[in-house]
Every structure is written in structure tokens, then in C-alpha cells.
Design a protein around this ligand. Sequence first.
Ligand code: NAD
Ligand code: ZN
Length: 355
Amino acid sequence: MFRNFKLVPNVIFGRGCFSQLDEIIEKQRQNNDAWVVFVTDDVFRGKTLEKRIPLHEKDLVLWVNVDDEPKTKYVDELTLKVKAYRSSFPCAVIGIGGGSSMDLAKSISLMLTNEGSSTLYQGWDLIKNPAVCHMAVPTLSGTGAEVSRTAVLTGPEKKLGLNSDYTVFDQVVLDPELIKNVPKDQHFYTGMDCYIHCIESLEGTYLNEFSRSYGEKSLELCRQVFMDDHPDKDDKLMMASFFGGMSIAYSQVGACHALSYGLSYVLGTHHGIGCCIVFDYLDEFYPAGVKEFRAMMKKCKIELPRELVKNIEEEQIEKMITVALGLDPLWENCLGKDWKSIMTREKARSLFIQI
Ligand code: NAD
Ligand code: ZN
């Protein structure tokens, strides 16, 4: 069966295009009561970007904190806040921030129209009703959350996204000026998320021409950003993220993402840095990619934390292994149909204990 997946229908790209957001949203404001919620990373509180949010009288700026990556409980609380703000639904939900804020915006827009807790919808195609119109304004590039059909959430039982066609944004606003002040380490970690998406997609058994076309271009852009320090690197990274997301949409990620999910489930390690920490130990699976990753790390003067797993309880390591090995498609993409005979619990343990 071939996947028939939904794409973001509207994309605007260019330095300064954030200024057109008001005009873009205007189409959704169909009556006098129409209002908009701006789900905004609280890192921008009191910053210039706050003043540039095209706020109308009835609109709400919902500041969100992403010190922890999005949890179902947080999504449920935020959705209640939005519901309590006015008796009608907002006409649009705009996510402004990195992958976490974009996923929160996606989740809120879905949970406004779907009854009950977000935990009920962690999985594939469990969402019943279309979301409220939702748009993304990335301020950090690499995750590909701006194009994907998932909103990754950690729930009481699992870390699993709200995967559905309804999750896909209705509009994406790609303004490279918004990523220029990201702190150096964060810029690298999230950028490497994109680099790793490309390697895992291009080296995977699920590869096809659709994924290859996007993956190769994205990889080329990553090299210009992280090896050449290109003067247009913000434009390039923003497109690399978009294309990297398109590449994995029609293939899959691989070993690094599977293991990093285990790590982050148990230790709360954030996605970008978690992928970097794990990737550094995966020479065996992605030799050329890991070599280049190390060169990029050197060039960008990045030091990764070490010995994260060394002193943790046995029970926690077991949990990490269970979470990582539960991601069958990622392993199948990396190692082929016979992956279970290669990536045994013992093999996964031997990788984790080095980290
Ligand atoms: P993030 O959104 O978690 O943000 C990381 C840090 O950067 C935060 O402290 C944030 O406040 C800060 N930040 C964001 N923009 C900034 C800016 N312009 N200037 C200064 N600081 C800024 O980071 P991320 O790596 O973009 O996203 C990671 C999240 O995305 C995880 O929750 C992960 O699960 C999710 N994710 C989702 C998908 C998807 O397809 N939906 C894919 C990959 C990852
Ligand atoms: Zn990723």
C-alpha cells in the first residue's frame, strides 16, 4: 500500500514575511466575533517579536513554556484555557516557536474539536474531527514539525504523536529572520535533528525517489549551513528543515531516533540534543554520516554531554531498551525486515551503556 499523505497547502517564504501574517490570518476572520489564539514560546515575552504579533482586540496570546517537551497534561490544560477564554472557538491557532511550540499549537487546534483528553488520540489516525485552522511560524529550524502530520506528545504511558491528516498545518510562514538569534548550541542541536533525518532517510531500506529527492537537497543545505557557514545560512536551514521533513514523511527515521526516544522517555533529554548524543555512537550503522557529523561538531565548537546512562538504575536501562525497540518501523527502515535478529535487547543495551 502506498501512503497518500497530505501536504501543507500554503507556504510563504522570505526574510521579513512575518509582516504578512495579519493579512494571511485576515481570510479566517469571517465575522466580527472571530478571534485568533497565538500559541507563542515564552522565550519571546518582552522581546521585539511580541510587539510584532498582529493582535486584534479579541485575540489571545497564549504564552507557552517549553522547558519540558510537550506533555498531554499540558495540552489539556492549554485547551481548557482557550475554551474558557470565549464561548466560540477561535478562527485560527497560530504556533510561534520551535518544534515544541508548533506541536502544542497543532495539538490545541485538534483538541478544541475532539472530545476528551489528548491521551486518547496518541497514535495513528485516531483523530475524528478536523482541527481548527492552524498555522506555524517556526523560530527554530530542524525538526520538520512545520510539515509533518504529527504532534509529538509525552503522555502518562507513552511518548507518541497525534498522527493524522488533520494534524498538518493549513499554513506555514517561513521567515528566516526569525531564527537568526537562536543560541549557538540550540541552533546546532535542532539543525542536526534535520541532518540526522536526512541520513536516516537516505541510508534506510524504505528509501524511494520521493524521499531521496528531498533528502539529498536537505543534506546539501545542511552542509552549507554547518560546514561552509554560508552567509544565507538562515534561509538555507529553514528550507533544509522543510525538505528533511518531506523526506522522512515518505520514508522513515532510523536507529538514532529509536534510541533517542528511549533516552528521552527515561531521562527527559530533549529531542535535538538527544539525537546528537546518540548519533555520535552509531558509526556502525551510519559510518559516513557520523564522520561528517563529528566534523560539523568540531567546526561549530560543540561539546556534547557524556556518560548519561552510566550511573542509572538497571530498571531504567530496561525501560529505555523497551521504548527504543518498540519502534518497529524505524528499525525496519534501518536494518531491514530481519532487524529483530540484529538489534536484540543485548545489542541495544551495549549501545546505551556507552552513552
Ligand atoms: P524547542 O521548540 O523545544 O525549543 C528549544 C529551545 O529553544 C527552547 O528553550 C525555546 O524557548 C528556544 N527557542 C525557540 N526559538 C528560539 C529563538 N528564535 N531564539 C531563542 N530561543 C529560541 O526545540 P526544537 O528542537 O525546535 O523542537 C523539539 C521538539 O519538537 C520536541 O518536543 C520534539 O518531540 C518535537 N519534534 C516534533 C516533530 C514533528 O514532526 N512534530 C519532529 C521532530 C521533533
Ligand atoms: Zn527528529
